[in-house]
Design a binder for this molecule. Structure first.
Ligand SMILES: [Zn+2]
Ligand SMILES: [Zn+2]
Length: 88
């Protein structure tokens, strides 16, 4: 007899054997979006601002992209203003 129905998965965040979608140790969703911590290189939930292992602040991908989008937008507006001044 094998315990086929007792399949467990390892929690990607704390390493605890997890029978269901939620880890009994840290309570996190085992299938939640995750990313590698830039500080300790371990998996940490993407929706948490700090690493679940070392507490290092995680850089949100969106937070990194937004200033760049604003910068491109500002440059585009500045260019259009300059072009309009040059053409008049
Ligand atoms: Zn866990
Ligand atoms: Zn970390």
């Amino acid at each position: 007899m094998t315990d086929a129905g007792q399949a467990t998965y390892q929690c990607p965040f704390c390493g605890t054997a997890t029978p269901g979608p939620f880890c009994p140790n840290c309570g996190r969703d085992r299938t939640a979006a995750r990313q590698v911590c830039r500080s300790c290189r371990q998996m940490t939930p993407k929706n948490e601002p700090e690493c679940s292992h070392c507490g290092a602040r995680q850089v949100n991908e969106l937070a990194r992209k937004v200033p760049m989008i604003i910068a491109i937008f500002a440059v585009t507006i500045a260019l259009s203003v300059v072009l309009r001044l040059l053409l008049e």
